[in-house]
Ligand binder design. Structure first.
Ligand SMILES: O=C(O)CCC(=O)C(=O)O
Length: 288
């Protein structure tokens, strides 16, 4: 699909699917790393293991940088957020399987994502944040499909706590294969589905937000700072910005706003491309 067509569909529906962004070798390596990161993120003395992994890039930078800085995802994120894309949070989770009778007829929980808002009119408003969700297995009925309410990022629809665990009359199931990425608008209502496959349901949320907002992941650790330093050497502004460093932020965020935002964004995106000395290696080629 051409980018303009994809962007138009995203603005209309609140999401778009990029097929097969990640290959099997890379996804196998992520799955193999999961339990060791769980062990390292579980505080000593805590009985239950920490299954929701956060700040994951710091733990395995070589494995996760190819995901976080994937050019297909960053190119699209810049079209949606402008050249103000920050890595808010990389969540990695293996949802345990549950008995079929407990999962049947249930949604995991309808919600809009962090930094969203409840729309007050039907026009598209660029989000403050986007979720790039990927699953490491085909999302069959048993693994628990992703449900979305198309257009709910442009509608004041609300789902009460009582309705949150149930399928919704306006939902659609997004057909997703292992390695596909569904890129959502923060205000899109969506829900997973409980896993009853008998196997873990591996899932990644690469969450990007505007670079002037706070971020949930800690980018100050030595591994992420090494990436920032390599990006600085290369004048790779986009990669630096992903982890909180943007010398141009105040000039661009205080531009006077006399021109269309998307036109300005495009100029700045091209300026950043010209500044780049060479592509900073993100290790993606090793896995292809
Ligand atoms: O579990 C899922 O499929 C949905 C994930 C989700 O809701 C989220 O990342 O915000």
């Amino acid at each position: 699909m051409q980018t303009e067509e994809r962007l138009a569909a995203y603005k209309r529906d609140g999401y778009t699917v990029f097929p097969k962004v990640f290959g099997d070798r890379l996804m196998d390596a992520w799955k193999a790393a999961y339990s060791s990161i769980v062990e390292r993120q579980t505080p000593p003395g805590q009985e239950d293991p920490t299954l929701w992994l956060r700040s994951t890039l710091e733990y395995e930078p070589k494995l996760f940088l190819p995901a976080v800085a994937h050019p297909t995802l960053l190119d699209f994120a810049e079209r949606v957020l402008g050249p103000f894309v920050q890595m808010d949070n990389l969540t990695f989770m293996a949802f345990p399987s549950m008995p079929k009778q407990e999962a049947e007829g249930r949604a995991s929980g309808w919600h809009r994502d962090i930094w969203a808002y409840k729309p007050t009119h039907g026009e598209y408003v660029p989000p403050l944040a986007c979720n790039a969700i990927t699953y490491m297995q085909d999302l069959t009925e048993a693994y628990g499909p992703l449900r979305v309410i198309p257009g709910s990022h442009r509608s004041g629809i609300s789902i009460t706590k009582d309705e949150s665990g149930k399928p919704h009359r306006d939902e659609i199931i997004v057909p997703l294969k292992a390695g596909d990425v569904v890129f959502t608008h923060a205000a899109l209502y969506h829900s997973g589905t409980p896993n009853c496959s008998g196997h873990p349901r591996y899932f990644f949320s690469l969450y990007y937000n505007k670079s002037w907002l706070k971020c949930r992941d800690n980018h100050n650790g030595p591994a992420v700072q090494m990436i920032v330093e390599a990006a600085r050497q290369n004048e790779d502004r986009r990669l630096m910005r992903l982890f909180g460093q943007d010398p141009l932020l105040y000039a661009r965020a205080n531009s006077g706003f006399s021109r269309d935002d998307e036109d300005m964004w495009q100029e700045w995106i091209e300026e950043d491309r010209r500044a780049l000395k060479q592509q900073t290696p993100i290790g993606l080629d090793r896995w292809q």
